[in-house]
Design a protein around this ligand. Structure first.
Ligand code: ATP
Ligand code: MG
Length: 392
């Protein structure tokens, strides 16, 4: 029934001279999303509006789902498209549209016509009035309310005519690819996939790095992270996932440094390695799923100590979220079920019973001196042996 979708976007509209860059990215990303499903689509930009038009049979639910994963889209309007065979034919089609799309015919409505083709024999006001009358003739229980209608029947007169009234929600945000790139530290938990998703939502391309510690962490734990990367990439697009073997570094720190500082020192090395891959990928920052006070390594002092090794900005989108708020997002984006699978994470084997909660940078740096040159060699080895998994 619906041959096309009108794609609504919001924030892009205020981007001034660069607006076309955002619109083009939106068009490309929508096209790419629709390419993945059965059926052929054309995505076009006309007079500040973006349309996705089906050129073949397609599955409606699949198409809506694909568009609901494209950042930048705030609304998706399924449209009936008809040829212009005169006003009577248009009126019949509008009545049929209401018949088929609204079970309960007891709402208020108004007609909103737009005449993109000015040689149509009636103007918008005349179309509104005349169509309103025909609708009331067909469904006497309906009422017109021009100020607060329950339903707005949109009629766009172009070379063909579009009829639509429903807006399905899009994911919002900005088109991915319009705001540079960042490197996500992706673990198997709940928080980091949400942090990656939130950053991608602002138009950022996301690559990721995962630290595993075989044999202390299993192949299944790694697979879980790959699965999480796929869930995020359904929104953020193709992703390079670096899997770094962190075992030697972890063991070595465990051997040489005070155990209550272990997590902080380990996390400093994670950041350094992540930054290495970020530079290699041309990324502009790092992303973590840290949230103030969630665990000992996420107190203000711990965050400062971890941050101290970074030369790039570190983005922490969930920094001020409560756990439940993060869970709510993960449920919405579909990562929660995977995140709660019980496979052990990188650090559990080595975690101290009483980690420092207020690390002192100088004390930490002093402990790190004991790692000497050996840690440099291990750093290089971890970086050089990392596995690159191309997601999508
Ligand atoms: P999450 O729920 O996001 O997995 P967490 O609750 O396990 O985090 P921490 O272990 O303190 O909390 O990790 C904080 C952040 O550090 C994570 O959100 C993630 O960005 C990064 N991180 C932790 N462990 C790893 C890992 N093994 N690989 C990659 N990044 C990690
Ligand atoms: Mg966490």
């Amino acid at each position: 029934m619906f041959k096309a979708f009108l794609i609504k976007y919001a924030e892009i509209g205020v981007k001034g001279k660069n607006r076309y860059l955002f619109e083009n990215a939106l068009v490309d990303n929508a096209k790419r999303a629709l390419d993945k499903i059965d059926g052929e689509f054309q995505v076009t930009k006309e007079n500040g509006r973006v349309y996705a038009t089906a050129l073949s049979e397609y599955d409606y639910d699949e198409a809506v789902d694909a568009l609901q994963h494209v950042f930048g889209i705030v609304g998706i309007c399924p449209m009936v498209q008809i040829d212009d065979n005169g006003f009577d034919d248009l009126a019949e089609n509008v009545v049929k549209y209401i018949e088929e799309n609204y079970e309960e015919k007891n709402f208020t409505f108004k007609v909103m016509a737009r005449r993109a083709r000015k040689n149509y024999p009636m103007n918008s006001m005349e179309i509104n009035a005349e169509l309103g009358g025909r609708i009331l003739d067909a469904f006497p229980q309906l009422r017109v309310d021009v100020h607060h209608p329950d339903v707005i029947i949109n009629v766009e007169i172009r070379n063909h005519i579009n009829i639509y009234s429903k807006i399905l929600p899009g994911p919002g945000g900005m088109p991915v690819g319009t705001a540079g790139k960042a490197m996500l530290l992706l673990s198997g938990g709940i928080d980091s996939p949400v942090a990656g998703w939130m950053t991608a939502k602002r138009g950022v391309v996301v690559d990721a790095v995962y630290f595993h510690a075989p044999p202390y962490t299993s192949e299944r734990a790694k697979q879980k992270v790959v699965d999480l990367a796929k869930i995020v990439s359904k929104y953020s697009g193709a992703m390079n996932l670096y899997v770094v073997n962190f075992t030697d570094i972890q063991m070595y720190i465990y051997d040489k440094c005070p155990h209550d500082e272990l997590t902080i020192i380990m996390r400093r090395y994670m950041m350094k390695i992540a930054e290495h891959f970020a530079k290699q990928e041309g990324a502009h920052g790092l992303i973590t799923g840290e949230s103030i006070g969630q665990v000992a390594s996420q107190t203000m002092q711990s965050l400062a100590a971890t941050n101290e090794v970074c030369t790039m900005p570190v983005f922490r989108p969930v920094i001020a979220f409560d756990k439940q708020e993060i869970v709510d997002v993960s449920l919405k984006i579909g990562s929660y079920e995977t995140s709660i699978l019980p496979y052990e994470d990188c650090c559990t084997t080595f975690v101290a019973k009483h980690p420092v909660t207020k690390p002192n940078i100088n004390v930490i740096k002093n402990s790190e001196k004991k790692l000497a040159e050996e840690i440099e060699r291990m750093f290089d080895e971890a970086v050089n042996t990392a596995e690159l998994i191309k997601i999508q």
